[in-house]
Design a protein around this ligand. Structure first.
Ligand SMILES: [Zn+2]
Length: 109
């Protein structure tokens, strides 16, 4: 038998189902609504993660915190893309600096 869990609204103290995103009585936000996992949203996240590397980390954190495995997968992919983009950025700047100033053995990333 399935017991429906209920919680108390922190704002108006009415009993509401634990699965509700908003209080049915006063409309206070109880938890984040399901995160977007559409193909279009994924494209935006991956685009930002790779081309604007550090800014994608906000999405990474947000998506990794989700319980939805699909959202977590997006977070992991965005994280990999961010790491790749940063590695690529460091690698190209190393080549650039190397060709500009000659071999620099002390230059470590
Ligand atoms: Zn309420």
């Amino acid at each position: 038998m399935n017991i429906t869990k209920e919680i108390l609204c922190p704002s108006c103290r009415v009993t509401i189902p634990a699965s509700a995103n908003f209080c049915l009585q006063c409309g206070v936000k109880l938890k984040e609504p399901p995160i977007a996992t559409s193909a279009k949203k994924q494209m935006v996240i991956y685009f930002i993660s790779f081309l604007l590397a550090p800014f994608g980390l906000g999405y990474v954190v947000k998506y990794l915190k989700q319980s939805d495995p699909k959202a977590r997968k997006i977070g992991i992919t965005a994280l990999i893309l961010t790491i790749l983009a940063i590695a690529l950025m460091m690698w190209t700047s190393k080549i650039f600096l190397g060709s500009y100033y000659g071999p620099m053995n002390t230059l470590r990333f």
